[in-house]
Write a protein that binds this ligand. Sequence first.
Ligand code: 8OZ
Length: 363
Amino acid sequence: MTNKTLFEPYALGPITLSNRVVMAPLTRNRAGEGLVPSELAAEYYGQRASAGLIITEATQVSRQAQGYQDTPGLYTPEQIAGWQKVTDAVHARGGRIFVQLWHVGRVSHIDLLGGDAPVAPSAIRAATKTFVSNGFADVSEPRALAFEELPGIINDFRQAAANAIKAGFDGVEVHGANGYLLEQFAKDGANVRTDAYGGSVENRARLMLEVTAAVAEEIGAERTGIRISPVSPANGISASDPQAQYDFIVDKLDTLGIAYIHVVEGATGGPRDVAPFDYSSLRRRFSKTYIANNGYDLELATSQLADGKADLFAFGKPFIANPDLVARLQGGAPLNQIDPATIYGGGAAGYTDYPTLAEASGN
Ligand code: 8OZ
């Protein structure tokens, strides 16, 4: 066995990463007017450019795709210009950055959608909350998408991917995880459709695969990745057959030739062993890069790398509180602790003011 380390360069297809530590997508609810990423966002991501790869916070492909207050989009000229400042800041510091594109589906509220109902595979309301202008609220009753509407949603992802390249991103991650639209189609707890997008494992996978194929066709499979969370109960989702479903999905993703699968192992932000699942089956089925996420620390990442279980490791909350997380992990330095009160929404406090090690020691 070769003695790989987390801190050596890694070739993600044509893109060279300076190390194997990935900044996971993290929702921060700080977009400005028009859901444009702010100047502070450019500073925040620029501060974290020593990650091997940054994956941005989830970003809407359309107005209908929004489910929370002040999350950014990538479907207007102003949003493209705002993201250009972010990618410039990261590239100026030698980093690499993909944008995570999402559609929240049923995890939304009429107040965010101009009074329209959220859309979903089936009219089944999720037992979950979202965050609107006056705080947390139960999600609204969704309506089932008509078959005829699905090409438009696929096209929204395709167009946002094209916009991502215009804005200077190195690639796109399709958000296929955490109980949002593409996972709502994939999991039978949210999808009781009787058309070509519901019923069998194959039918339930269809939208996720068609969206991914469209993005890959638009910007290149080598710049396309996807995040999945086979057994996560996030946002009130459930599945009766996750192993069969995700074995099938990953076989097809491999055929598409995309750059990576990014796998949330276990319950998003929670226990890794929430339900039995054989992640090595996904690893075997996918010939390119496997990014592992959820509850990793230096020790677990190091041992999983040595065992060949994953190629890259995505860290979420530690990156919020530690802009120089890579240097801290490499040097065995202590980590800043996250302030839970400033994760979602607000300004610079808890966003761009976490100190690097050098700053903390007064240098
Ligand atoms: C936390 C709060 C709001 C959204 C996800 C995009 O879970 C999210 C998210 C996380 O993927």
